[in-house]
Design a protein around this ligand. Structure first.
Ligand code: 4AD
Length: 476
């Protein structure tokens, strides 16, 4: 009988006799020497199975690693296995970890317990499904290689983002999700209400005053305004939470609910914002390349050939910087027949952004100093009177992943910009107070987490990098 081993990393309620005590497959994969020739218990879902004359084989995955673990059943040993063979069955296996032919550990089964059977109408039978098919079953697609890899990279990226800021004296703050003020002023807020509209209300004002908060409220499109509040006390802050946009954009890069990372830094100007964004993006990509080699090899082979080399290249060079006016010149001289015409003053569309990053710069590029009319009220007005100190980061394959700016910290100029946009100043009194009491140059940016994941994995549709995508016309 092989020696039983301690289960050092996978303690379930600490009790040896606990029925579900088992070892994470990740531990067996990562430190095989610890488990070789020992008795182990593993759990997982059957991902492949094969029955032959004297032997049967199954691969199980418990979600802790990208790689499956092979279970070998010697039929002569009399282990009952037939009920465990259907794909999707959840099992607990007790057996001996031995070195298989390929050098990786596999488990010679002594006992297999079916935890949950899986009938033949389990939809994940085929080896490869289209992403469109998988989108129709978000509750099961996590059990495919693609989503296993995406969710794992997503988790590592999230940790890396926290690490980056935590190591550099940023304070993590949680800004409100329900708000009374629209940060971007683009009218894309979902309304939050507990009362239905009723024609008996004499005015909008009366309707809203009867609502839960006593005035109109919505889901925040960005935590920036409150992030600025925090930065005016804590100096350097970042948020990492969901933002909501009722944008009617049914595109591969828009979600109605996306995760947003928003650092805000006091005593900083536009070049500082650019430097932080570049440094952070490089840091998190380096971390994923180091920590997720198996997942990245999968993306490299199946999703986007050459993606690892492309990311390595990206982080080893400076990002480009290009003034908006220069970008418009480049686009006009390109000879390209863009769907959206290009004129100074227009907003850059994805086709323009991708042309600039993919074909002109062939790398990530910051576009700066946009016309003030197409940007938000809070951006610092440049001396030319026409542009603001805005910055977007465009990357090949995706387009914009970051939008940010230096903020207007002069009270008079800020108020003028808000009045030009017919904004209700009363709703922004906290924000204006920051300009009154010890205003400082400051700035920050917003990084769309799903867009970053798309860029790092090569997955081309934003619906496939989040567990449950929320998009216009679709929810479950
Ligand atoms: O450019 P945006 O609208 O900027 C802001 O919200 C600023 N308040 C950020 C700041 O300065 N603190 O959004 C920032 C980023 C975009 O570059 C994009 O990556 C992402 O958020 N984003 C979306 N991602 C997915 N779906 C959507 N509908 C998105 N809208 C914006």
């Amino acid at each position: 009988m092989p020696a039983k081993i301690d289960h050092p990393n996978t303690v379930y309620f600490g009790k040896e006799e606990n029925n579900m005590k088992h070892i994470d497959i990740a531990d067996i994969k990562n430190t095989p020497e610890q488990f070789k020739d020992k008795q182990v218990t593993v759990c997982g879902w059957v991902r492949t199975s094969r029955d032959s004359k004297n032997m049967a084989f199954m691969e199980v995955n418990d979600g802790t690693s990208f790689a499956h673990l092979q279970i070998v059943i010697d039929k002569a040993a009399g282990v009952s296995y037939e009920d465990a063979m259907p794909l999707g069955t959840s099992v607990k296996v007790v057996g001996t970890a031995v070195e298989g032919r390929q050098g990786a550990l596999e488990i010679n089964a002594q006992e297999i317990t079916v935890l949950g059977s899986c009938p033949s109408d389990y939809p994940m039978q085929k080896k490869r499904h289209t992403v469109e098919f998988l989108r129709t079953m978000p509750h099961l697609r996590g059990r495919t290689n693609l989503f296993n890899a995406v969710l794992r990279v997503r988790s590592v990226l999230a940790e890396a983002i926290h690490q980056y800021f935590q190591d550099r004296h940023y304070v993590y703050v949680n800004t409100p999700l329900i708000t009374g003020s629209d940060c971007e002023g683009a009218g894309e807020m979902f309304q939050v209400t507990t009362v239905g509209y009723n024609t008996e209300y004499k005015s909008e004002e009366e309707y809203y005053s009867n609502d839960f908060f006593g005035k109109k409220a919505g889901l925040s499109v960005s935590g920036q305004l409150e992030g600025e509040v925090a930065a005016m006390a804590m100096g350097k802050i970042y948020t990492f939470g969901p933002s909501f946009r009722a944008e009617n954009s049914n595109t591969p890069k828009h979600l109605a609910e996306f995760w947003h990372i928003e650092p805000e830094v006091a005593f900083a100007e536009l070049p500082d914002v650019i430097e932080i964004a570049e440094d952070m993006v490089k840091y998190v990509i380096r971390t994923v390349l180091d920590k997720c080699p198996t997942e990245m090899a999968f993306f490299n082979e199946r999703i986007e050939k050459g993606i690892i080399a492309r990311l390595e290249e990206l982080i080893s060079h400076d990002f480009g910087v290009c003034d908006y006016t220069e970008a418009i010149d480049i686009l006009k001289k390109s000879g390209r027949d863009f769907q959206y015409p290009v004129e100074w003053g227009c907003d850059l569309q994805t086709e323009h952004e991708r042309y600039i990053s993919e074909e002109v710069f062939k790398k990530a590029v910051f576009v700066t100093n946009y016309p003030k009319e197409i940007k938000s009220f809070y951006m610092k007005q440049n001396p030319d009177g026409k542009t603001v100190a805005a910055v977007d980061l465009l990357v090949p394959g995706v387009g914009e992943i970051i939008g940010g700016s230096e903020r207007e910290y002069d009270m008079d100029k800020l108020v003028a910009a808000m009045k030009e946009r017919n904004m209700n100043l009363d709703l922004y009194s906290d924000y204006l107070d920051l300009r009154k009491f010890g205003s400082v140059p400051h700035g920050g940016f917003g990084l769309g987490f799903e867009r970053l994941i798309m860029y790092v994995t090569g997955v081309s549709n934003i619906r496939d990098v989040i567990l449950y995508p929320r998009t216009v016309g679709s929810i479950r």
